[in-house]
Design a protein around this ligand. Structure first.
Ligand code: FAD
Length: 544
């Protein structure tokens, strides 16, 4: 409840995601009937402060590629605001403290920002809203990052999030705004007001944030910003046939010169592109073609996957962890830092897996099926390492890193939630070969293997030494031997998952830490026994 009324006539538009002018209801409302309008972005040290101890350049939470992408998006936003007679005010510090300080100093009666379902922003926004309401400042916080309001879908489903895509579709129906045109442009914005003693800066460079510049070949080819997003969107939808026939998961994960999907995810992540505008453009294409694909495989279907994970994440306490997460199977994953580092640093010895991990480090983006392969390999396919560890690596390095989507997909790929067919494992050898028999993708991202004949490119350890020498790549010296034997590792993983699933079923999901410890001991005992008897089978002379 307001204890006093704000006297100002201006508004503060707080940008966080939603780094765009088009379809931005918070910005539109901020500018309606208000002068001045303060467009603010706060550089949050929590996300941006350099962390020299991190495993690659960047902050503790974000790799440098994503930080750079964000800065490019801010520069673009600033330019667009300037064209409209305004500009971006960049401040630094803990965002809720900074925004409250601005509200105290500036002539503001309205605070506008896009609603954010991520737990970090939920906590932050609560503090800011509490202050605003005590100061009599109106808060306008519309849902415009997703197609639907996750809270509304959860409410429609009796307070629980739908946990299957089909049930989500049924509840969601058509978006309410789908048939009316979205506001995609603004002609002008009210000027910025006096900023008093608040420390305002231009958008900083990576160097000004305390980072050294990257080597050129480590940079993602994707540039941040709304202008780039709209250009990319236009290119994608101009090929009507491609849009109409889009069918995931049919695309080629090894296509890197021209990726098989839109690569709009980083733009959607930062809100440089409105998912609602994207949706409307796709519907317009569908109206002009005879036949088109449908969810879950169509492009609209992909946007609905995004909303599905947003809704599941918003309605599930502890969605980002195994412990205390009711929809997550409790599984006694291994703790093996060496294997985890080998996976993260593209040293598994499986070229298909390592090339994908190099693409992740260099580009911050990989095709969906490529993500499937490395996530499956790390968790239930081969290494049996906790999905949370893989999630953390993706979270830092992806330029499209998104809290709800990343966690949701790791839950899926590790067969911890949503998808439970743990016997279906991606082969780190034959899967990529289907799409790219010559191994061009591997040769590009792992140039050490560029001269390996195609017969061996997916399994270079099987190449005779003479071929390895000729290819200037000795396995075990220039490129690692495989960290596991895929056949036996995947068999082990399936056995462990079968036991873990049985325990989850027996205890009706109420698996305690002690239960998991007991199961882990049992599985390790079985494993030792198994490898002991294997050794005996291989060396019968040891028996005597
Ligand atoms: P397109 O196929 O062109 O699809 C258009 C848009 O639909 C995407 O930009 C994205 O916003 C959405 N979309 C597509 N697939 C999915 C999906 N499976 N789930 C949710 N939304 C989807 N995507 C992220 O945006 N951020 C992440 O942090 C992320 N982490 C992932 C982690 C794992 C382990 C896996 C398997 C997938 C992850 N994805 C993530 C989902 C998906 O791989 C990417 O959204 C997609 O590859 C992005 O490329 P695109 O924009 O060309 O997709």
């Amino acid at each position: 409840m307001s204890s006093r009324s704000a006297t100002g006539s201006g508004s503060l538009m707080w940008f966080r995601k939603g780094l765009r002018i088009h379809d931005n209801p918070a910005l539109e409302y901020a500018s309606r009937g208000s002068t001045p309008v303060y467009p603010v972005f706060v550089i949050d040290p929590h996300y941006m402060e350099p962390d020299p101890t991190a495993f690659s350049p960047g902050s503790a939470l974000a790799g440098l590629n994503r930080i750079r992408f964000l800065l490019e998006s801010l520069v673009d936003l600033d330019l667009s605001l300037k064209k409209l007679g305004s500009r971006l005010l960049v401040l630094k510090g803990e965002p809720s403290e900074v925004v409250i300080r601005c509200l105290k100093q500036w002539d503001v009666k309205k605070l506008c920002f896009e609603y954010d379902t991520d737990p970090y922003y939920q906590a932050l926004d609560m503090k800011v809203k509490n202050y605003a309401s005590s100061a009599g400042i109106e808060v306008f916080s519309p849902v415009s990052h997703t197609l639907f309001n996750p809270a509304y879908i959860i409410q429609k489903n009796g307070g629980k999030p739908p946990l299957s895509y089909q049930s989500f579709l049924k509840l969601a129906g058509q978006p309410s705004w789908a048939s009316s045109p979205l506001s995609v442009s603004l002609s002008s914005l009210p000027p910025v007001g006096d900023t008093g003693s608040c420390e305002i800066s231009e958008v900083p460079t990576v160097r000004e944030l305390g980072y050294e510049d990257y080597e050129q070949d480590e940079l993602t080819p994707f540039r941040g910003g709304e202008s780039e997003a709209l250009k990319r969107l236009k290119e994608s939808i101009s090929n009507k046939e491609w849009v109409a026939n889009f069918e995931k998961p049919k695309g080629d994960p090894s296509a890197y010169v021209k990726p098989a999907t839109t690569v709009l995810s980083p733009y959607l992540k930062f809100g440089c592109l409105s998912s609602r505008y994207f949706y409307q453009c796709l519907i317009d294409v569908y109206k002009n073609v005879k036949k088109h694909t449908a969810p879950p495989v169509s492009l609209v279907g992909q946007l609905l996957w995004r909303d599905f994970f947003y809704t599941a994440a918003f309605g599930t306490p502890n969605f980002d962890q195994m412990k205390g997460n009711k929809i997550c199977k409790q599984i006694p994953w291994n703790n093996d830092d060496e294997l985890l580092a080998a996976w993260r640093e593209a040293r598994t010895g499986f070229p298909w897996i390592d090339a994908i991990m190099v693409q992740l480090r260099k580009w911050g983006w990989m095709h969906h099926l490529a993500r499937h392969c490395v996530a499956c390999f790390l968790t239930r396919g081969d290494l049996f390492i906790h999905w949370e560890k893989g999630r953390d690596v993706f979270e830092r390095l992806l330029i499209d890193s998104d809290w709800a989507i990343n966690n949701g997909n790791w839950l899926w790929l590790s067969c911890s939630s949503f998808f439970y067919q743990y016997h279906r494992i991606y082969s780190p050898i034959s899967f990529g070969k289907k799409y790219d028999p010559n191994g061009n993708y591997i040769r590009h991202f792992l140039p050490i293997l560029k001269d390996m004949p195609k017969e061996y490119i997916y399994e270079p350890w099987t190449a005779p030494l003479s071929i390895q020498k000729k290819s200037k790549c000795i396995i075990g010296i220039d490129y690692p031997k495989p960290v596991v034997s895929h056949d036996s590792a995947s068999k082990e993983c399936k056995r462990k998952l079968a036991e873990a699933y049985a325990l989850n079923q027996k205890l009706n999901g109420q698996v305690s830490e002690d239960d998991l410890k007991t199961l882990r001991r049992k599985l390790e005992g079985d494993e030792n026994q198994e490898s002991g008897s294997k050794r005996q089978r291989q060396n019968p002379s040891d028996l005597s």
